[in-house]
Design a protein around this ligand. Structure first.
Ligand code: PHE
Length: 337
């Protein structure tokens, strides 16, 4: 009997087939109701007591080997689906690259967040604008040379691509009554030669605050708050007198250079300061043009280029990088807003 077990074991070891039918036949021959292994189990009681232990072990081993072999052959390559055969489950997972926000969006969102903390809401308007909202309401008289301050893309005599988002603020003033506290982020267009410092399409955020008793001191404090939030607690600001048709008085605002910390470097041209925005008290003519009583209300306005702020914040020396969508440039930026 032991001989029989040994020869069956050798047969199990040698058996090989991909044919499910043949495998099943083999199973029935060995493990079926009248199978050879099954039979050996029924004959087990005839084994002398002294040999029972050793024989039992051999027989059990034969049965397990036979079952394992049959299961293995049944799931062999020919009996698997194409997908099971071509998938390599041991292959390391592929890494996938996460997208990142565009630096202009990062800075725009940051500006919006900074001003929303002090109660400014966001307003938006059309990029194709009429002469009234882009110029006339903002105190640019018709045919006045001040219109040349911003080289304009005209679509026809009275319609143009907006040159600033001040046009949105005209719309807000026309549609609502003070107190007004709003910022207008958006794309603007100027017919300028493309260079490291200028582009014909860029982005602005303009701000407007109108209420009773709004003063130039409010403007200064608001901009100082903004500069510290944007560039760090130690940032200082400097106001220089300037001219805009829609504000009086007007100023340009510089922040202390965050690269050399005011000591002077080639980015700030050794002045220790960098210009970031234009601002002023809203001209009473503008308030009246938009239906706001200038004997009751005053207000301030400011406007900044997002590209310029992003260049200063991230130390980018060529504005054109923002428009080229070079993945090597873009993937350096990560945001929380
Ligand atoms: N609209 C101006 C520009 O585009 C910026 C500005 C806004 C200046 C508000 C003063 C007040 O250059």
């Amino acid at each position: 009997m032991l001989k029989k077990v040994e020869s069956l074991l050798a047969e199990v070891m040698a058996f090989n087939s991909q044919d499910l039918n043949a495998i099943e036949q083999f199973r029935i021959r060995l493990l079926g109701k009248k199978g050879e292994i099954t039979l050996l189990f029924t004959q087990f009681k005839e084994v002398p007591n002294a040999d029972k232990k050793a024989f039992g072990q051999e027989l059990n081993n034969l049965k397990t080997q036979a079952i394992e072999k049959i299961n293995l052959l049944k799931s062999g390559p020919a009996n698997k689906t194409e997908e099971e055969n071509t998938l390599d489950y041991s292959r390391p997972a592929e890494t996938f690259s996460l997208g990142s926000r565009h630096p202009i969006s990062i800075v725009r969102n940051e500006i919006i967040e900074i001003f929303s903390k002090i109660g400014f809401s966001v307003s938006e308007g059309p990029e194709i604008e009429d002469d009234w909202h882009n110029f006339t309401a903002l105190n640019f008289p018709e045919e006045h040379p001040a219109r040349d301050m911003q080289d304009t893309f005209f679509i026809d005599k009275h319609i143009a691509l907006r040159t600033h988002t001040s046009s949105v603020q005209v719309r807000v003033m026309e549609e609502s009554s003070p107190p007004i506290r709003t910022i207008s982020p958006g794309r603007v267009f100027r017919n300028e030669a493309i260079s490291a410092r200028a582009h014909c399409i860029f982005h602005q955020v303009e701000g407007l605050y109108i209420d009773k008793d709004v003063s130039f001191a409010d403007l200064k404090q608001t901009l100082l708050y903004f500069a510290k939030e944007m560039f760090g607690e130690k940032t200082e600001i400097r106001l220089r007198p300037s001219y805009f048709p829609f504000t009086e008085p007007s100023a340009e605002v510089d922040v202390s250079c965050n690269l050399c910390k005011g000591a002077g470097c080639n980015v700030c041209k050794n002045s220790g300061f960098l210009e970031i925005l234009g601002c002023g008290m809203v001209d009473p003519n503008v308030l009246e043009n938009c239906g706001i009583d200038s004997s009751v209300y005053t207000g301030f306005a400011f406007g900044m280029g997002i590209e310029r702020i992003a260049m200063l914040k991230f130390g980018v020396n060529d504005l054109r990088h923002f428009f080229e969508n070079d993945i090597r440039f873009l993937k350096q930026f990560r945001s929380t807003v």
